[in-house]
Design a protein around this ligand. Sequence first.
Ligand code: UDX
Ligand code: ADP
Length: 467
Amino acid sequence: MEKKLNKNICCIGAGYVGGPTMSVIAFNCPDWQINVVDINADRIRSWNSKDLTKLPIFEPGLDKIVKKCRDVNLFFSTKIEENIAKADIIFLSVNTPTKKRGIGAGYASDLKWIESSARQIAKFSEGHTIVVEKSTLPVKTAETIKTILHSFEQDDFISLGKKKKTFSIVSNPEFLAEGTAINDLLNPDRVLIGGEDEHSIKLVADIYKTWVSPKKIISTNLWSSELSKLVANAFLAQRLSSINSISALCEFTGANINEVSGAIGADTRIGQKFLKPGPGFGGSCFKKDILNLVYLCRFYGLNEVADYWEQVVNINLWQQNRISSLIIKNLFGTLSNKSLAIYGFAFKANTNDTRESPSINISKNLLQEGAKLTFFDPKVNETQILNEFNEFLYEGNIKVKDTALDAAKGTDAIIVLTEWEEFKYLDWHSIFKIMRKPAWVFDSRICLDQKHLKNIGFKVWTLGTTD
Ligand code: UDX
Ligand code: ADP
């Protein structure tokens, strides 16, 4: 049943996906009203903060868009029910972490937030509503959402005697990368829309067409769209595990990983992107999506395929453990009575997100060896860091400082784990002076000037080289 188009969008979930995506839609579609809702009142308060440096997410360019659109056609609120009722289109951008217990624990996604959102939509929506899956989801999640929504179509029509509710489900996975989210949203490589009815696909496509070329808008069936998202992330992560595995070989053979990466990437069939070696991939998506893929393959008895993809995650953890062991080995095999400065806690530069950050695992390995750690990250706050180490905290073994220089004071080594641009331009002479000697720098991101550091007097280890 059609309802008159109110040009009203509701997005459930004001996180790293929902917040920036809806801001960019609001920016490009002034005739649509966008309501972003969340159960987390603190998060909504931060989105509404007058001080734009207090937005819950740090993304370059996001503050300017929020400033322009907020309270014009972009609204952040906790009023979930009324905003569901008004909406023509509802985007689902809630969290879908890996299950911690029960069937599929450690692999499958926990869909409890998706399920509860679907139930809320079923209850509060009015007339016809298009429900768009935006969160990364296991293939066939649309089936779950459909089952919940369609059962309400029946209930409402038969027992309540109200205006009949109807729903269409569309999959529109988000491909933005954190740190470049605004640019990725403004200039996407493609927009993928999977669905079962042409009308809903067209309506969602029309929103994107206000700023994206129609040539870049791909429409598929629901399942292809859901699977493509998992596979895109699996392929990207696979490149990283491949180059990281070769970084280890370079350290034995005298080859230089940056030179190898440049040489193979010059082949246009391989390409230069996503070949930067590092301490392993982090972020909320890669590991979760690959493990989802692995679970799906095992479910269908494709055990060899599952093992193949699982190895991408295994190599990632191996790289983190390998780097931890190298640090310990170079610091004379023991970290007792040693202080180390960790530079960078975000999973990559230009974000304050720490989910699955390699810094977490590597730091835990170092703490287990008895090290005292002092952290510095330009965008991650003390609470976020301390929260990761509850079981490791004892008197004074973990500190968080506001500057790189303060964090270095009295330490034996600096471990660079996030490639923040500002690390290149630190006053390394001053840092050297206040450290215990021999003073080490471990550069897991290959982002510092090794020669400059060695000239100052540092001992330097750089990933993927014997220099
Ligand atoms: C990723 C996908 O890129 C994006 O399309 C999807 O929507 C969500 O997952 P994101 O996790 O935000 O985005 O960041 P991304 O830039 O992909 O980086 C992921 C991890 O890989 C980071 O830890 C990053 O440091 C690492 N990485 C990336 C490298 O180590 N080397 C590279 O060359 C690229
Ligand atoms: P992502 O990176 O996928 O955007 P986040 O964890 O950053 O994930 O954001 C997901 C958001 O969804 C959180 O702010 C969470 O509070 C919100 N959320 C989860 N379930 C619901 C729900 N039923 N209704 C409204 N918001 C929800």
